[in-house]
Design a protein around this ligand. Structure first.
Ligand code: ADP
Ligand code: MG
Length: 463
């Protein structure tokens, strides 16, 4: 024990330890608080050390209130508790301080700069991603129900719908919403214990507990939780005893009125390999699905992400990406990152053209389904001519130009060869197609309005 003028002496410290033991009980004390060492008491701040980060987080998350109350009995002025990591026989590890402060009757926990990028992982929970907050979530028609339900769960001080079951395809924001719930609760009701983990991690923990014949400890972990969030439960399917355990844990928590949030890629009733009673249990709260994104939502998300990164991206490029990358938000974000990285490295500005080059592989994959016939149809509609004019030998400007545009689009959107394209346009020669492509490229360069018209058509065809 280190000395401090204002600090505790040996007698006070061992008496505080005895008090802690009394309040938390022998086994919790021996498992956790026994490892606590007193470092200093200065002004309003008392500092303790623990040998590992894991112990630090465990104590902060589970016992900081008790440590506070008991310490205060010895020194009223204590308002801040610090926990630092100091391996046995070693020195305090820099950057490992966790500070617990009392504000507005809530005790807020903060990590120092080095580690405050992530929330503290609990032994069996996973850390929350600081980017996934409600503020950073863009709401649109496809996700408004899921968003509203998540916000409600996060803001309510009582359990609302239980469980909240979020489902939808890959990359549509399920994990984002769960983390946002976690952050919101941490911020507004820090006394509530929130655990977020993937279903895989849940299974892993369980299997490990089985191996060490320690399932009661496994269950015990969940007892102190107020909110449990399990991500991607489709991965639980098929593993019978894990399901069984999941089911019991789940029921026990619901009975104890703890909030549960679940995500999956399918609705409860569609989960394969999941026992019926678990399915019906999962579906008995609020089931909110996230639909595939719309163009408007994708654009909204891109605008938000671009702003957050502090980069200036022309609206046309954002529109282009929202039209062309429709599979999921994650892919769209990846595209944006790649574009920005490319522009920064090469030192060029971001344009639709560079986007086309840099993102070639992504764009190709969303091209696959577009046929020459579809292009002909869209172009004919756009210029108000008949589809048959695409094949006809008529050479008047009013049909020849749209036909050339359709050929150009067929070349740039599909992976068809020039002769193949020619054949679809009434058996024309490949040189005719080549000529058309050149002509349209020239016109695009000469005439801004024409260029925009073509780009618009392209987007119409792709979406
Ligand atoms: P899921 O868990 O459904 O597969 P994620 O939550 O991991 O999807 O989302 C994938 C990425 O897309 C994340 O980076 C997330 O921030 C982003 N994202 C998804 N939906 C939105 C949205 N509505 N607003 C902002 N970002 C979103
Ligand atoms: Mg996810």
């Amino acid at each position: 024990m280190e000395k401090s003028s204002l600090g505790f002496d040996e007698v006070k410290w061992s008496s505080l330890k005895k008090d802690l033991k009394k309040t938390v009980g022998d086994s919790a004390y021996n498992n956790w608080l026994k490892h606590l060492n007193y470092v200093s008491l200065e002004k309003d701040t008392i500092t303790f050390s623990v040998p590992t980060k894991f112990l630090r987080d465990w104590i902060v998350n589970n016992y900081s209130d008790k440590v506070k109350t008991e310490s205060k009995k010895y020194s009223e002025q204590i308002d801040v508790i610090k926990f630092v990591v100091k391996p046995t026989g070693g020195r305090i590890v820099p950057g490992t301080t966790r500070t617990i402060k009392s504000t507005d009757n809530h005790w807020k926990s903060t990590l120092d700069i080095r580690s405050n990028q992530q929330s503290s992982p609990n032994e069996f929970g996973a850390p929350l991603d600081p980017r996934f907050t409600f503020d950073n979530f863009v709401v649109g028609k496809p996700n408004e129900l899921a968003f509203a339900a998540s916000a409600r769960v996060a803001e309510a001080d009582k359990v609302s719908f239980n469980p909240l079951f979020l489902y939808g395809g890959v990359g549509l924001g399920k994990t984002h919403l769960m983390h946002a719930i976690g952050w919101k609760i941490k911020q507004q009701q820090p006394e509530r214990k929130v655990i977020y983990l993937s279903a895989e991690k849940f299974m892993y923990q369980f299997v490990r507990a089985l191996r060490y014949k320690d399932t009661s400890a496994f269950k015990e972990q969940f007892r102190s939780i107020d909110v449990l969030m399990i991500d991607d439960v489709q991965f639980i399917s098929g593993k019978d005893n894990t399901q069984e355990e999941f089911f019991h844990t789940f029921n026990a928590l619901i009975e104890q009125n703890k909030q549960i949030v679940i995500s999956a890629d399918k609705s409860p009733s569609d989960l394969d390999g999941v026992q019926d009673r678990l399915k019906s249990r999962l579906g008995c709260g609020l089931v909110a699905d996230i639909h595939p994104t719309t163009y408007e939502l994708r654009l909204g998300i891109l605008i938000e992400k671009a702003q957050k990164r502090g980069v200036e991206i022309p609206p046309k490029v954002l529109e282009f990406l929202s039209h062309r990358i429709i599979s999921n938000v994650r892919e769209m974000e990846g595209a944006l990152n790649r574009l920005v990285a490319h522009a920064t490295l090469v030192g060029t500005s971001i344009t639709v053209e560079t986007a086309q080059v840099v993102l070639q592989d992504l764009l190709k994959s969303s091209n696959k389904k577009i046929t020459i016939e579809e292009i002909q149809k869209k172009v004919a509609e756009h210029f108000n001519i008949r589809i048959t004019d695409m094949h006809s030998p008529r050479r008047s400007r009013s049909v020849a130009r749209p036909r050339q545009i359709a050929m150009y689009l067929a070349k740039s959107i599909t992976s068809r060869s020039l002769p193949e394209i020619g054949r679809k346009f009434g058996g024309r020669d490949h040189t005719t197609v080549m000529h058309a492509v050149k002509k349209i490229e020239e016109l695009k360069l000469q005439d801004v309005n024409f260029n925009e018209d073509i780009e618009l058509l392209k987007r119409l065809i792709d979406s």
